[in-house]
Design a protein around this ligand. Structure first.
Ligand code: HAM
Length: 442
């Protein structure tokens, strides 16, 4: 029985009182996606296992160790998406979007599933916001994408986030690099973990992001990809940096960044913070020029990034960044008696129709308890309606912050009177703060 009321390890609930935090950052991301010309794509939470095996890569930790894979009643192997890129690429191909013109620019919010060891900032179900762009090899696109991520962080007022970039080359330069890596790691064959041993022949680059302490220690001395880049990749990387410089984006080149997924080529980047512990990568991305071809399409150079929503919120909390709660109640109408309740119901209907949050009692509380509740939900104004108010045709609205009271008519002019009251008191607050009449302020 206890299991029914326990969430699965590595998952988190977002409760009603916290959801405004999510909605706030989602709105900023949506807005920034719009500004940069990205339109939302929504894909299923599960896909054929083969998609991730081919797309993300057979020798990655994600595919080898972390996927939630199961066989359906129809005997198909399906997997809960461990990330958003492969599914979006699949949809782009399946719906032949390249025929509609390039580039294709897609944004998404996805829940992702990875069977990792849960710890602060590392969950088994987590959420990402991502941007993907298909059909461009221009370094302008790489820089533009990084600018979009940076703008989101700036708008959220995040501090101390470092952008680290690298180039991991193309299949041509990668072949030479693989040889050098293999030769290096072969010296340590007896110390590598079993998974890395199996990677030595197939994909020695994956040893570079193994989480085992011994392998990562050995990896520190490994040759760097930057020394093996071909002329075209070098030039591309230099151009990306030139555009980032032009946009005034601060970054460091970190030759150890290789990213943990196989589809990357050329530019890779991460936004990292020190303030939330070991899982400090808030955003990761890069170019994946070969992925669409790998999935059976024509050559379509592409790129993208994804940021972890939970990690972002952790950073904001750690840095004390306040998030406004727009869901606060504007008016709570407390009632005494059935007639008053009917009146309240009618007034609330009008108020809600014009977009204000308004509430009344629905659980049969007495007046004192209603007022307590209004206080608890942070209602900006309260209004009490009883027999006296009904007879007089007026009720007193109380500003819960200042204690100021104002009489409002309980007839068809109620809505206008309430809105005017709010506006005039907001204006008073403005004048009190800025010490002057704001009539000349637009
Ligand atoms: P990733 O680096 O695996 O890349 O994940 C992107 C972000 O998701 C990370 O930087 C982190 O913030 C968050 N994240 C990853 N794993 C977890 C976890 N277990 N718990 C909490 N947050 C996590 C990708 O997924 C690529 N698809 C990004 C991309 C898009 N590359 C090109 N386009």
């Amino acid at each position: 029985m206890a299991l029914i009321t326990k969430k699965i390890k590595g998952t988190e609930d977002v409760l009603p009182k916290q959801s405004y935090r999510w909605q706030f950052i989602e709105n900023v991301m949506r807005e920034e996606a719009r500004i940069y010309g990205f339109k939302e794509i929504r894909t299923p939470v599960f896909e054929h296992t083969e998609l991730f095996a081919r797309g993300v890569g057979q020798t990655t930790d994600v595919v080898q160790k972390e996927m939630y894979t199961f066989t359906t009643k129809g005997n198909e192997s399906v997997t809960l998406r461990p990330e958003g890129t492969a599914g979006a690429a699949r949809a782009v191909l399946e719906h032949a979007l390249p025929n509609e013109g390039l580039p294709i620019k897609a944004s998404y919010f996805v829940s992702c599933y990875r069977y990792e060891k849960p710890q602060a900032g590392r969950l088994r179900e987590f959420h990402q916001f991502g941007l993907e762009e298909y059909g461009t090899q221009s370094p302008v696109a790489d820089a533009e994408l990084i600018c979009a991520a940076q703008s989101i962080f700036d708008r959220l007022r995040l501090k101390d986030l470092h952008l680290e970039i690298n180039s991991i080359g193309c299949p041509t330069c990668r072949a030479e690099y693989h040889k050098a890596l293999k030769a290096y790691f072969e010296q340590y064959k007896d110390q590598l973990c079993e998974t890395c041993l199996s990677r030595l022949d197939k994909n020695p680059m994956r040893i570079l992001d193994c989480k085992s302490p011994i392998c990562s220690k050995i990896a520190e001395g490994a040759p760097r990809i930057t020394e093996y880049l071909c002329d075209e990749c070098k030039e591309h990387f230099a151009s990306v940096q030139k555009y980032l410089d032009a946009a005034g984006i601060n970054y460091i080149v970190n030759p150890t960044i290789v990213r943990g997924l196989d589809y990357y080529t050329k530019t890779v980047f991460e936004f990292v913070t020190d303030c939330i512990g070991a899982q400090g990568t808030v955003c990761g991305g890069g170019r994946y020029d070969g992925l669409i071809e790998e999935l059976g399409g024509n050559h379509l150079p592409s790129l993208g990034f994804a940021m972890g929503m939970e990690r972002l919120l952790m950073v904001m909390e750690k840095q004390g960044i306040e998030i406004p709660d727009f869901s606060e109640c504007s008016l709570y109408i407390a009632t005494m008696g059935e007639k008053a309740q009917e009146k309240a119901f009618e007034l609330l209907h009008n108020i809600r129709e014009c977009g204000e949050t308004a509430e009344t009692d629905v659980v049969g509380r007495g007046l004192r308890a209603q007022m307590k509740y209004a206080d608890k939900i942070g209602a900006k104004y309260t209004l009490v309606i009883g027999d006296n108010e009904l007879n007089e045709g007026f009720a007193e609205a109380k500003n819960m912050e200042t204690g100021k009271k104002a009489k409002l008519p309980l007839d068809e002019s109620f809505l206008d009177s309430f809105l005017n009251l709010q506006l005039s008191e907001e204006t008073d607050t403005f004048s009190a703060v800025f010490g002057k009449d704001n009539s000349d302020v637009e």
